[in-house]
Design a protein around this ligand. Structure first.
Ligand code: SAM
Length: 353
């Protein structure tokens, strides 16, 4: 599908035509990655962040956040919980928190890899190549780093550089691919200033990067952020602003599935936040094949509010697990067993022997 056609679909409002889009995406998903839904246990282990992202409630300047850091033992205990629930992967996510040094994270990764059979996914923001290499050597399998938007002007506004360090997430993703990581990226949908054309180019960029994993969620406004406070003034003029919200996100998910048939695509927590009853299911029926149940200890969850009203912050890991199983079964899909590596990564022979 060419960029112009993608953009046309993003503007589509006719329910019948959209039903066709959902059906095509669902068939492509079934033909290429099958009916299994893989579960990744998500541990949000620190909400400290060095950055000043204009969208994120955890940005460094937000004094209202009660900051926490989990210890190595707490993180490894979560990985054991993931094994108990039958998950094949643990995702270690945090703000960009350099209090965890290269060797601290290497030690955590090594312990998880020796004590469990789990695949380890990292989502730690922008870190040095020497660190990324060390973590890969310690056994990390995958890295998630959303580029958020492929529009460079918008990116510069919403994701300010750190002093002396230009942020180039696209280049970092390419380097991580060369290091042997399975690489994942993604975007937020409906960022103030983001146009339909921008999202069509984002999907093309997924293809250019040849991604193994793609996370797409609606942008959700946080009142204690720059974007939350200046939304109106940044909105793209002339009817070109891409709406934030679930419909636009489903369109982006479905078109991404069609563009990258073998990628792993989660039905995100942000979708569950905008539609608590059905968001996760509709994501799965419109192209997604992954869910990320939260296994962070409950006492920390309320403090990892990247946006307000985040789903699943009052439940414990067992409740999240039960809820996901019920939703998958209700769709007539199965729960994937094993690591659930991206078929794209395996088929392209990118996986180490
Ligand atoms: N610090 C790491 C990073 O920047 O990649 C990982 C944590 S960061 C909180 C994970 C993702 O949350 C971001 O890539 C962004 O897409 C998403 N996010 C942050 N604020 C959001 C918001 N207000 N609405 C929707 N998604 C948001």
């Amino acid at each position: 599908m060419e960029r112009a056609e993608i953009e046309q679909w993003l503007r589509e409002t006719d329910d019948k035509r959209l039903k066709t889009l959902w059906d095509i995406a669902d068939k492509v998903r079934n033909d290429h990655v099958g009916s299994a839904v893989y579960l990744r246990g998500l541990v949000e282990f620190s909400n400290n962040c060095a950055r000043q992202c204009a969208y994120c409630g955890l940005h460094a300047g937000n004094r209202k956040v009660n900051r926490y850091r989990m210890t190595e033992d707490e993180i490894v205990a979560c990985a054991h919980k993931a094994v108990e629930f039958g998950y094949g992967t643990v995702v270690l996510q945090s703000g960009e928190d350099r209090a965890y040094k290269r060797d601290d994270l290497s030690s955590i990764i090594r312990r998880i890899k020796t004590e469990t059979p789990l695949a380890v996914t990292l989502s730690l923001g922008e870190r040095e190549d020497a660190e990324l290499l060390a973590w890969r050597e310690a056994g990390a399998d995958r890295y998630l780093l959303r580029f958020e938007t492929s529009n460079p002007d918008l990116y510069a506004i919403i994701h300010p550089n750190l002093a002396g360090k230009p942020s180039d997430r696209l280049a970092m993703l390419r380097r991580m691919r060369d290091m042997g990581y399975e690489i994942g990226s993604g975007i937020m949908v409906g960022i103030p200033g983001q146009t339909y054309a921008d999202i069509a180019r984002d999907i093309e960029t997924f293809r250019e990067l040849d991604l193994d994993m793609i996370g797409i969620g609606p942008y959700l406004s946080h009142p204690d952020t720059m974007l939350g406070q200046r939304r109106e003034e940044l909105t793209a003029p002339g009817g070109e602003q891409a709406p934030s919200g679930e419909l636009m996100t489903y369109k982006a998910v479905a078109l991404t599935r069609i563009a990258l048939p073998e990628a792993n695509i989660p039905s995100t927590t942000a979708l569950a936040t905008v539609n608590r009853a059905k968001g996760r299911e509709l994501g799965l029926r419109r192209g997604a094949n992954i869910m990320m149940p939260n296994i962070t200890p409950v006492k920390y969850r309320k403090d990892y509010q990247i946006y307000p009203g985040k789903a699943c912050i009052m439940e414990d890991a067992a409740a999240c697990h039960g809820c996901m199983l019920m939703r998958i079964e209700a769709l007539g899909r199965t729960v994937g067993s094993g690591r659930g590596d991206s078929p794209h990564y395996k088929n392209a022979n990118l996986a180490p022997a």
